[in-house]
Design a protein around this ligand. Structure first.
Ligand code: DGT
Ligand code: CA
Ligand code: CA
Ligand code: ZN
Length: 586
């Protein structure tokens, strides 16, 4: 894929920052920074210059920077960047994330106090050394301390996609090793919580293999610190700052341990009580009889072969991990063996995607073909509406041109015998009073409208409720997009009574999406019980701005499962005809 202007600018800026941390000559630093700025503001595509070898024609891009960019295009790596990554201590690079501490001061502190980790930096702020440096002072030191504390607070958790990357890498490196009989990622990751504290991995192996497996684990390339190593558990910190716990248990204990370490704690408490009520004791080692005093009798273990087996001994059917939160799952699985939660395979189409007509990176055709390659049957295209000018929102003229393009593409697919359709949609901004972005005669022309708030998210609760209610009631609105506008671990969403909106949506036959982008996962799964009670429809929408964005759908599916949505209440688990019928029923 060709590099974009922004990607190149970001890399050059990273070089200039690392150069500053390395105390490099000021003019070189400025040269990289200027080149970044120039390329960012360039009208033409940087890729054309790369292909034509004309980078030095750009004012502010000298010969050596040009060579670095050509090398990037050829090898995928920028030599100057790699060189500075080697040169600058790893801990020091993390300092760049401390807002209020620029690279210049970072270098000064690093050099004059001889420190390079955040821990050392905190010590030197506390003992007054940082404030004592020329050009810094107490006020700056306090400010730096505050941002460190803030950063550490948010760093306690990470998003599901970030946890997935770490968990998958470590899981893959362990699963094929000698002695590994079973391996699972447990904890909040297995439960598909939208943010993850630490990653918990569990292995079943015989004792003689334990040392060797822990050796591999603590020496994994992502590991920067070993936090602890014992007989059955080791903990490490990865370069992303995430803690990973590995526990190794005997094969016969595995299912009980998996159940215990999957949690949640709240779910486990109920399980333990159910065991006691039936004369048994459940813990991380297994299931045991109670003795006459009502204590666990470890000499009287009860055999089991799987999690399902343990659940059945507690008069329950298997509870899918996503549901183990003590939020109504026991009532369901006492009764029902199978409660059909939506799965990845159920998803038949892609709803909510952007193209180059607004702020997407690919043409409608490219997006449609990417959907087909993935086996989807339809694409509900929704570029931004005119009020979202910053995101290239569409004017009425552009809408009409886009409709023509979609008609042509649909015609072409039909003639080629492809069973695929593009629906004409729009992601309309919800204006301050709750109205949509175009006149009715234009709205009428779309197959469907997703209504989303992109501005003034922080209106008082009452006004915000009025605004959202109006949008839900609007007959043209078929789907409400990312209802709170939250960005996980970054920005809280709007202040809303979501239970009330869920009920209103069900009443007006409007769906509320589960935005599958792992930064959002909005509507939150916690409103799933209410949605189930009132029969609200959802749609698992990638909000894709790129082809890769389509592949966020599985994150949304996990959240939909967690919210107890069966495929009957997921719009894009339906056929194109059924979806069309839902759109038309406005
Ligand atoms: P996290 O890491 O904060 O995202 O959330 P979890 O659920 O992964 O929590 P974690 O890593 O502290 O522990 C993993 C599981 O182990 C947890 O879900 C349930 C179980 N567990 C841990 N500590 C306790 C406890 O004190 N009591 C009970 N019943 N279960 C526990
Ligand atoms: Ca955990
Ligand atoms: Ca843990
Ligand atoms: Zn969108």
């Amino acid at each position: 894929m060709p590099y974009t202007n922004n990607q190149i600018a970001d890399l050059l800026r990273e070089v200039s920052q690392l150069m500053q941390l390395a105390g490099e000559n000021r003019f070189k630093v400025i040269a990289f920074d200027k080149a970044a700025q120039t390329i960012e503001g360039l009208q033409e595509n940087i890729d054309d210059h790369i292909q034509n070898k004309t980078l030095t024609d750009i004012k502010g891009v000298g010969k050596s920077i040009a060579e670095d960019i050509y090398a990037l295009e050829e090898t995928g790596e920028m030599p100057v960047l790699e060189a500075f990554k080697e040169k600058v201590p790893e801990g020091l690079i993390e300092w760049l994330n401390i807002s209020g501490l620029g690279p210049k001061n970072a270098y000064k502190i690093h050099k004059e106090l001889g420190i390079s980790t955040i821990g050392e930096l905190k010590e030197k702020i506390e003992d007054g050394s940082v404030a004592g440096l020329s050009g810094l002072g107490q006020k700056s030191a306090d400010k730096i301390m505050k941002s460190i504390e803030w950063m550490e607070k948010f760093d306690e958790r990470c998003r599901l996609d970030q946890a997935q990357e770490i968990a998958t890498a470590i899981y893959e490196s362990l699963k094929g090793l000698e002695g590994v009989q079973k391996i699972e990622v447990a904890g909040s990751y297995r439960r598909a919580l939208e943010t993850i504290g630490d990653v918990d991995i569990l292995i079943a192996a015989e004792e003689k293999h334990i040392e060797g497996l822990f050796d591999v684990f603590v020496n994994h390339e992502r590991v920067t610190d070993i936090l602890g190593r014992g007989d059955t558990k080791s903990s490490v910190r990865t370069k992303e700052g995430r803690q990973v716990d590995l526990r190794i248990v005997s094969p016969k204990e595995f299912s009980a341990a998996l159940m215990y370490f999957t949690g949640s704690k709240e779910h486990n408490i109920v399980l333990r009580q159910r065991a006691r009520d039936r004369g048994m004791s459940l813990n991380e080692y297994g299931l045991f009889k109670l003795n006459d005093e009502g204590d666990t009798d470890f000499d009287q273990p009860i055999e089991f072969s799987s999690e399902t087996d343990i659940y059945e001994k507690l008069d329950l059917h298997f509870v899918p991990p996503e549901l183990r939160e003590d939020r109504g799952e026991f009532e369901i699985y006492e009764e029902q063996k199978k409660f059909d939660l939506v799965t990845d395979e159920d998803i038949r189409g892609v709803i909510h995607a952007h193209s180059t007509w607004s702020d997407g990176k690919y043409s409608i055709r490219e997006m449609a073909e990417a959907c087909m390659e993935r086996g989807y049957e339809y694409l509900g295209l929704t570029d931004h509406s005119k009020t979202a000018a910053y995101a290239g929102g569409l004017s009425v003229d552009e809408i009409k041109q886009q409709w023509e393009e979609i008609d042509q593409l649909n015609e072409e697919f039909k003639e080629a015998g492809k069973d695929f359709v593009i629906f004409k949609g729009i992601e309309s901004d919800i204006l301050a009073d709750g109205s949509l972005d175009y006149e009715d005669e234009i709205l009428e022309g779309f197959d469907f409208v997703i209504a989303s708030v992109h501005q003034s998210l922080n209106m008082p609760r009452e006004q915000m409720m009025e605004r959202m209610s109006n949008a839900i009631k609007n007959p043209y609105t078929r789907i409400l997009g990312h209802p709170t506008g939250r960005l996980l671990l970054k920005r809280n969403g709007s202040d809303l009574d979501l239970n009330e909106l869920v009920a209103l949506a069900a009443e007006h036959n409007t769906a509320i999406e589960i935005n599958a982008n792992p930064h959002r996962l909005d509507i939150d799964w916690r409103f799933g019980n209410k949605a189930r009670e009132v029969g609200m429809m959802t749609s698992v929408n990638p909000d894709a701005h790129t082809i890769e964005g389509i592949d966020d759908i599985p994150f949304g599916v996990r959240i939909a499962r967690k919210g107890k949505y069966g495929k009957d209440r997921v719009l894009n688990a339906k056929s194109a005809d059924e979806v069309k019928a839902f759109f038309d029923a406005r």
